[in-house]
Ligand binder design. Structure first.
Ligand code: ADP
Ligand code: MG
Length: 299
């Protein structure tokens, strides 16, 4: 009877838009008590758009857009795509017409660096700029604080050693996310938010979906996301992780149950035990409920 019950479970799963790697996956969902949610692309749509442009005193706004846009055009990061596309549009150009950076480097979880038109340009988090000993950051502090309080990610821009301005990008919380968090709680699970983004932005998103600030892990580097999962496991928790990005792959593999957004990257889907085909977070709760019920049938 066991194999039949498992097949029924996985068949129903397919109907709901859940792909299950193997029947053994159902077993590992039984004891899950904590669900770690990646922010960008999981709780939010991940489709970001450029919003505010703030040039520091003495900086030409067009130059700010051109250098930041050119640099970010070399990156695949959702923040970078938003900056490059938005900058090009505001300059009335095609993003492909922006100069190509040389000596380009991604700094995971922090931003990008490269040389554009002979200027050494940085775009990203405050940490990226302070690590590079950039001057004039104070001048951007107020604009940064305003952006983050509004839930927007601030991209700080510097070149030739000085802070030159700030661009903000906004993401949108999926309209299914608050409902999903509610359903997870109904199943007795503790939802946790995990992100590389700034704490203020993370807490704004958390509040919108009903996750308290003490369940928010923010400013976590991509290489440290799996450690957060491990730490929760060390506290005795049985952890499900839901994510979509390359950054989430290690955490998905470390978790007792990895749920990948079907709308996400191949790396996440490969690392997960389950795939939520439509990228609807509510289905994460359905998957856990289904697995519990299926196991109850077997017993
Ligand atoms: P998440 O965990 O939300 O998927 P990441 O770990 O990839 O985010 O990035 C964390 C933060 O680092 C971003 O919110 C952003 O502030 C900054 N960042 C990363 N890459 C870039 C980039 N290419 N341009 C600007 N900022 C970036
Ligand atoms: Mg993500």
């Amino acid at each position: 009877a066991t194999p039949t019950a498992l097949l029924v479970g996985t068949g129903r799963g397919a109907q709901l838009g859940i792909l299950i790697k193997g029947p053994e996956v159902l077993e590992s969902t039984r004891r899950v008590d904590t669900v770690v949610l990646d922010k960008t692309g999981t709780v939010t749509t991940g489709r970001m758009a450029l919003q505010d442009v703030y040039a520091a005193d003495g900086t030409d706004e067009k130059e700010l857009l051109r250098l930041a846009g050119a640099l970010e055009h070399a990156s695949e990061h959702p923040v970078a795509r938003a900056v490059a596309a938005g900058a090009a549009r505001r300059l009335g150009l095609d993003a492909g017409a922006l100069p190509a950076p040389v000596d380009f480097a991604n700094v995971p979880g922090n931003g990008v660096r490269g040389t554009v038109d002979g200027h050494v340009v940085l775009a990203g988090s405050e940490r990226l700029l302070t690590d590079a000993h950039i001057t004039g950051l104070d001048e951007l502090a107020a604009a940064k604080k305003r952006a983050e309080a509004a839930g927007r990610t601030a991209v700080l821009v510097a070149w030739d050693g000085a802070a030159r301005g700030l661009l903000t990008v906004a993401d949108t919380v999926k309209d299914t996310s608050a409902e999903a968090v509610r359903r997870l709680r109904e199943l007795g699970l503790r939802p946790v938010l995990l992100t590389g983004d700034n704490r203020a932005v993370a807490e704004t998103v958390a509040q919108a979906v009903g996750i308290p600030p003490d369940a928010v892990y923010a400013e976590v580097l991509p290489c440290d996301k799996a450690d957060v999962v491990r730490r929760l496991q060390d506290e005795g928790r049985v952890v499900a992780m839901v994510g979509d990005g390359v950054n989430d792959a290690a955490a998905l593999a470390t978790a007792d149950l990895g749920l990948a957004m079907g709308t996400g990257t191949d790396a996440a889907i490969e690392a997960g035990d389950l795939t939520l085909v439509r990228g609807d977070l509510r289905v994460a709760a359905d998957a856990i409920r289904l697995a519990r019920r299926t196991l109850a049938t077997i017993k």
